[in-house]
Design a protein around this ligand. Structure first.
Ligand SMILES: [Zn+2]
Length: 253
């Protein structure tokens, strides 16, 4: 099995959807390939951390009581059953069957809802990558505050040209850039500063149409995401939400 195949099967393996043969080929590759093993560990940890933050909801007591009342057979007078009375005896069964169908459908919806969406997974990856860049002392491959140095550095390393803007006069000086790997592809990471804080701005091509800025907070980090001119942008930092909003605004000007 190739590294590419392993990459594509991460989800299916995690959900135990692979057949025995593919599973064992997948596992064999992991024992032999340190790169995929590291990717798998990171993916699994991310999945666990998302799952542990999912909220579970219990049906309200009133709804449970109504459900129990429906399932209880109606009290019938002790008299001989006429043909007319015999027919409605089906009703509790029909009722129970439809309730089971509704519960199955609700369970299916619940299952779909608790599975993290693609964009939640990417948001987690973005934050992990930001943290890793600060921890591993691997913030920049090209250290420069000059956009005309940083932008050409990427050429030949990526299949797209990232948008590199100098925002020094707005209080967000460019500090450099590096290659990173997110959303199963190589991406451009630009590093900006805000006082003592670091802002990582990730970019890669996206087929999605333009979208406004969406913001979220993950593990204390503020994250902003938008799409423009078929490029996906993700900005992440420990600066406050106001500063990050200002950064995105200045960048979009
Ligand atoms: Zn591999």
């Amino acid at each position: 099995m190739s590294c590419q195949e392993v990459c594509e099967l991460l989800d299916a393996y995690l959900d135990k959807e692979l057949d025995v043969v593919t599973s064992s080929r997948f596992e064999r590759h992991l024992t032999e390939c340190a790169v995929c093993r590291a990717k798998w560990d990171q993916y699994r940890q991310m999945h666990d951390s998302i799952k542990s933050r999912i909220q579970y909801f219990q049906a309200p007591e009133e709804f449970q009581q109504r459900l129990r009342a429906h399932l209880r057979p109606p009290e019938r007078p002790q008299s001989r059953i006429t043909r007319r009375e015999w027919v409605p005896q089906w009703r509790p069964w029909a009722m129970a069957a439809s309730i089971v169908a509704v519960l199955l459908f609700a369970a299916l919806l619940f299952q779909m809802a608790r599975r993290p969406s693609r964009s939640e997974v990417v948001a987690e990856e973005v934050v992990s990558s930001h943290i890793r860049s600060l921890l591993a002392n691997h913030l920049s491959d090209v250290v420069s505050s000059d956009q005309h140095t940083v932008k050409p550095w990427f050429s030949g390393k990526l299949d797209f040209a990232p948008v590199v803007k100098d925002l020094a006069s707005q209080g967000f000086p460019l500090a450099g850039g590096r290659l990173d790997y997110l959303n199963n592809r190589p991406v451009a990471a630009l590093v900006y500063k805000r006082r003592q804080h670091t802002i990582n701005l990730f970019q890669w091509p996206s087929p999605a149409s333009d979208s406004g800025r969406r913001t979220l907070t993950i593990r204390g980090y503020n994250v902003a995401h938008w799409t423009h001119a078929h490029m996906a942008y993700w900005a992440v930092s420990d600066v406050n939400a106001g500063d990050l909003g200002q950064f995105v605004h200045d960048l979009q000007q």
